[in-house]
Write a protein that binds this ligand. Structure first.
Ligand code: FAD
Length: 485
């Protein structure tokens, strides 16, 4: 047994600034252990993948370097939180500091179990709100006022010198979160984790890349540079939303791109608007927020699902977006919406199928945005306009020269505009002349957009007339919207 000590527990908040749990722990006199637990139970969820673990690992390595340089105790272990905390309790753990998590059921269940363990052992668990999101919020009447107030507050600086180290640190579990991530994805293609990277992305955006933000936001190729790309850093907590909000505000004062910066700032608020929805109704991980849509029938046909997953649908922009996402972990908002629209509307497959596959691909997977957005794009909230994207029109609008398509579907590289967007319109002779054979080099389109568009519209607008869906829509408006709808 060591002398009494306290733990600051990192979860999806892998940073050392604007961190309320660290700040509050610094005011206590107990020696402190900083802890990251890599929980196999959490990462075996269908929603997580190797790319998330790698990003987290990179972030944890950076934290380790920081704490080592300050001669403070930091450990990263790979085991269940329950096993870890039971060991720490035996060693003299008295208090735990952490941020609330807007997470999956698996982490919520873990927290419920830990509450019991801490209570029995007399350990105090201090939890602090995650950014501008509040537990137990019943409606959105004061959401904006509270949120702007929180975002504008001065960020308190952490006094690291107030932390006392633990003398007999060798007693701690040494089962380190060990994998050196043997198979790194190609450097620079998938973003790398850590707070230093987060600030690099943010600064290069607010100083320069913001200049074409709104012009490029919907374009799959250009958005990769002109959007901030801050999302994985927010998702894993390498930077706080308040830090991003205040940085953009300061940069915006002297920026010639004030309008773009304002648009960016409003998306930061959307982020927490969505996360608050999920915090208030986390059942969304498993059921439609509008329960009336639970009885909707889906085709859920496997062969086509596999084609969508691999980027082999025969629709060039859909396939290019999926392949790009598989390779890089990122695609912009409009193309995410189109991918979901394609599977849910045109293919008539369930929103869960979309959610379960895409979460593992999005490096920025954030449960609080992911589930509400997927359901919204799948047209099953009953309160939003149903958008059934035509992938050919999207391709013509957002990738008019087909550059993005050719980059990710090289088998189409010899096809020029306008056929690059509709290769099925090439005649046999034209195909022969460019050495391309539809159905051999690239799949024939797997469905007829005109038919599937009409079916989807009839299905979704038909369902909207159901009294249960209408009743649920009123409940959702009351609970989750700002009151100005
Ligand atoms: C089906 C679907 C699923 C999505 N799942 C996720 C997810 O798991 N994680 C995630 O971070 N975003 C998700 N988004 C929202 C959005 O696509 C990404 O936040 C954005 O593309 C990230 O790129 P960026 O940081 O360059 O965005 P920017 O345009 O630079 O925006 C800055 C930040 O604002 C927030 N933001 C931007 N757009 C939205 C939006 N529409 N809704 C909520 N917040 C927004 C994000 O935190 C983003 O990082 C999803 C969108 C759709 C349509």
């Amino acid at each position: 047994m060591l002398n009494s000590f306290q733990v600051v527990w990192f979860k999806r908040d892998l940073r050392i600034t604007d961190h309320e749990a660290i700040l509050q722990a610094s005011a206590s006199n107990l020696p402190t252990l900083f802890l990251y637990i890599h929980e196999p139970e959490v990462f075996k969820s269908v929603h997580y993948s190797f790319r998330h673990e790698r990003f987290v690992w990179e972030s944890v390595v950076e934290l380790n370097q920081y704490f080592t340089s300050r001669k403070l105790n930091f450990i990263s272990v790979e085991m269940s939180a329950k096993t870890c905390f039971n060991q720490l309790i035996d060693l003299g753990l008295k208090e735990v500091y952490s941020l609330e998590e807007i997470g999956l059921e698996v982490t919520y269940a873990r927290d419920r179990e830990l509450k019991g363990i801490f209570k029995n052992a007399g350990v105090l668990w201090h939890e602090y709100p995650y950014s501008g999101i509040r537990r137990g919020l019943r409606n959105r009447k004061d959401f904006n006022a509270y949120w702007y107030d929180y975002m504008s507050n001065v960020i308190p600086e952490i006094q690291w010198s107030s932390f006392e180290s633990i003398i007999q640190a060798e007693a701690f579990p040494v089962q380190e979160f060990p994998r050196l991530m043997e198979k790194p994805e190609v450097e620079g293609i998938v973003q790398n984790g850590g707070y230093l990277k987060a600030w690099q992305y943010l600064n290069s955006f607010t100083q320069k890349r913001v200049s074409k933000y709104m012009q490029h936001i919907s374009k799959p190729e250009e958005s990769r540079k002109s959007c901030s790309r801050i999302s994985p850093y927010l998702a894993w907590g390498n930077i706080s939303l308040r830090e991003v909000f205040q940085s953009q505000y300061l940069a915006g004062q002297n920026s010639p791109y004030k309008r773009n910066m304002r648009q960016f700032a409003s998306r930061l608020r959307w982020r927490e608007h969505f996360m608050q929805k999920f915090e208030s109704e986390c059942e969304m991980e498993f059921v439609s927020v509008n329960r009336g849509y639970e009885s909707l029938d889906y085709k859920n046909e496997d062969a086509n699902y596999e084609r969508w997953k691999k980027g082999k649908t025969g629709f060039p922009l859909v396939d290019a977006c999926m392949r790009c996402l598989i390779a890089t972990g990122y695609i912009n908002f409009r193309m995410r919406a189109m991918l979901v629209s394609f599977i849910c509307h045109h293919m008539n497959q369930s929103w869960e199928r979309a959610a379960n596959y895409l979460s593992g691909l999005f490096l920025d997977f954030e449960p609080g945005i992911h589930f509400p957005q997927i359901q919204m794009q799948a047209g099953i909230t009953g309160i939003n306009t149903v958008r059934i994207y035509n992938p050919t029109k999207q391709a013509q609008d957002q990738d008019p020269n087909g550059e993005f398509i050719k980059k990710w579907c090289p088998e189409l590289k010899n096809i020029e505009v306008p056929f690059i967007h509709e290769p099925w319109k090439l005649t046999a002779l034209e195909q022969q002349m460019i050495g391309f054979e539809l159905g051999v080099d690239y799949p024939e389109p797997m469905l007829d957009l005109k038919v599937t568009h009409k079916d989807a519209r009839d299905r979704l607008y038909g369902a909207r007339k159901s009294p249960e869906i209408k009743e649920e829509a009123s409940r959702i408006i009351e609970k989750h919207t700002l009151g100005n709808r």
